[in-house]
Design a binder for this molecule. Structure first.
Ligand code: OAD
Length: 234
């Protein structure tokens, strides 16, 4: 039986499945966001350059929706592992999610591989700041250019410093718990391979098998909250 208390440096590698129990749909599969929306018209730089208002309208809907969702028990278990298990020395959350629910549950130092729904940036003058409005008030930067969501859209590159921070934390962990990700999007999906190569215990939480399930020694097939509760049992 795997328990958090038997490890000292834990990395949680999370995806959209963790936020399902908060009411936020996943991206792929039945009911997924990319079934309803075409990323080429709302989640890539080309779409933004062609029609920024339309892309902002899509993101304003998402902001409004997510603002009304709450972190679930899974987010809270992850945020409180160190307090709940004194033998655990450190916890690092590496997420592909942009919803900010880890932080709202109390996690700090979260590595957001795909950026955040709650930051905006200006590619002209470089200003990047938190913005929690839903809908966003001013879509223009003080310099006059368009602000864009600070999200890694399709065809964007991940920030190399963020990727490195994630890789370093994974290289140093003795337990990696993947929660609710399809493993379909690289380079994020390749990160758990570092833990495998370093000999860490790797656990996948997902109700379904994924293309990367073979990487993991242990599979917990069920919803994130229930499976995280099992791991946190003392
Ligand atoms: P996906 O939508 O690709 O996958 C979600 C996974 O969650 C699936 O494997 C489901 O089986 C699983 N799942 C569903 N319900 C669950 C539950 N209650 N508990 C645990 N797991 C559950 O989402 P991601 O892998 O996160 O990019 O997608 C990766 C990236 O693709 C996202 O970050 C996003 C998207 O395009 C950006 O937003 C930039």
């Amino acid at each position: 039986m795997i328990r958090f208390a038997d490890f000292s440096r834990i990395v949680f590698f999370t995806g959209a499945g963790l936020s399902v129990e908060s009411g936020i749909p996943t991206y792929r599969g039945k009911g997924g966001l990319w079934e309803e929306y075409d990323y080429e018209s709302c989640a890539c730089q080309r779409a933004f350059d062609a029609d920024p208002e339309r892309v902002w309208a899509f993101h304003d809907v998402r902001r409004g929706f997510v603002a009304n969702c709450e972190p679930n028990e899974g987010h809270r278990i992850i945020a409180h592992v160190v307090q709940a298990s004194p033998s655990v020395h450190s916890v690092k959350v590496i997420t592909q999610n942009i919803d900010g629910l880890h932080q709202r549950a109390g996690s700090s130092g979260v590595v957001e591989l795909h950026g955040s729904l709650w930051r905006v940036r200006c590619d002209l003058c470089g200003r990047c700041k938190e913005n929690l409005e839903a809908p966003i008030g001013d879509r223009r930067c003080a310099c006059g250019a368009w602000r864009r969501p600070d999200i890694v859209w399709f065809e964007d590159l991940l920030d190399p410093a963020v990727l490195q921070e994630a890789a370093d934390a994974i290289a140093a962990c003795d337990l990696l718990v993947s929660v609710g990700t399809s493993g379909a999007v690289s380079p994020a999906a390749d990160l758990p391979r570092i833990a495998v190569a370093r000999g860490a215990m790797c656990v996948e939480i997902n109700p379904e098998e994924t293309p990367v399930s073979g990487l993991y020694q242990h599979h917990l097939r069920g919803p994130a909250t229930k499976m995280l509760r099992e791991l946190s049992a003392s």
